[in-house]
Design a protein around this ligand. Structure first.
Ligand code: NDP
Ligand code: 8X3
Length: 258
């Protein structure tokens, strides 16, 4: 039987990609869930699929993590619904464009920083006190290989993921002695809606990112998260960095012809 059966997990950004796969995987392990995202229709679809397939409780919370007041309201509601969050997966995030800083859009920078860094902090600030009081809990932050290695046009996105790594590392000092664990999961190239969002809905450009390579699937990342949160309580998996076999670094990819 899974060690996390009966736990409550809160997964942000569960309307697609990693978040959806992580929510489904944690439900398969027997967790009840609160899932979040801005797109309510998608959120309800994912929740209905999980309830049908895994017969676990699923609460849906539609809010924008950039909106501090809305985030606090939604998570206070979650607290009264759930009572406790045992596992928090800070996954909501995005990259926008691939422009050099001298041609970049400050609006894009604001959105990446506000979502990937400030949104993650707002959610964590709302959930962590309960964990430290109960002296148990697990925070999983979704970082990136871009939190270690930069690439052309990725300055601000990489900066946000360097920040996520710094937050995860510092959080471990903050919660030392409380029994709370913190894991930074750092995927490389993975096929989700990430590139579609990055390139403003340009399907052809998004598809070209994965051309000739076998990228990670969302389920591979969900597998890494599930492994980290099912270790015994005395084991904290601090970091998992995973890349496709076809990738050595951000833009070092083995592409097959044809
Ligand atoms: P997707 O675009 O498929 O999913 C992103 C999720 O984040 C969606 O559910 C989206 O929901 C949510 N989200 C985005 N902005 C907000 C917001 N302001 N408020 C609330 N939710 C938001 O991409 P991925 O699954 O690939 O991305 C998930 C995480 O993984 C991100 O943090 C990304 O940086 C990271 N990552 C991705 C990699 C990749 O190659 N795909 C590799 C390494 C890390 P909605 O639009 O409904 O709000
Ligand atoms: C997403 C991976 O290499 O596109 O975090 O930045 S990358």
């Amino acid at each position: 039987m899974s060690t996390i059966r009966g736990s409550w997990a809160l997964v942000t950004g569960a309307t697609s990609g990693f978040g959806e796969a992580i929510a489904k995987r944690l439900a398969a392990e027997g967790c009840a869930l609160a899932i979040t995202g801005r797109r309510e229709d998608r959120l309800e679809r994912v929740a209905a699929e999980i309830r049908r397939e895994h017969q676990v409780e699923v609460a849906t919370l539609a809010f924008d993590v950039r909106d501090r007041a809305a985030t606090e309201r939604a998570l206070a509601q979650a607290d009264s619904l759930l009572g406790k969050t045992d596992i928090l997966v800070n996954n909501a995030g995005l990259a926008l464009a691939l422009d050099p800083v001298h041609a970049g859009s400050p609006d894009d920078w604001d959105q990446m920083i506000d979502t990937n860094v400030k949104g993650l902090l707002y959610v964590t600030r709302a959930v962590l006190p309960g964990m430290t009081q109960r002296r148990r809990g697990h925070v999983v932050n979704i970082g990136s290989v871009a939190g270690h290695l930069v690439y052309a046009g990725g300055a601000v996105y990489a900066a946000t993921k360097f920040a996520v790594r710094a937050i995860s590392d510092a959080l471990r000092y903050d919660v030392l002695g409380t029994g709370v664990r913190v894991t930074n999961v750092e995927p490389g190239l993975a096929e989700t809606e990430f590139s579609l969002v990055r390139f403003g809905g340009d399907r052809e450009r998004a598809a070209s990112v994965y051309k000739g390579v076998e990228p990670l699937r969302a389920e591979d990342v969900a597998d890494a998260v599930a492994w980290a949160v099912t270790r015994p309580p005395h084991v904290n998996v601090q970091t998992i960095l995973l890349m496709p076999t076809d990738q050595a670094g951000p833009h070092a990819l083995h592409r097959r012809q044809g």
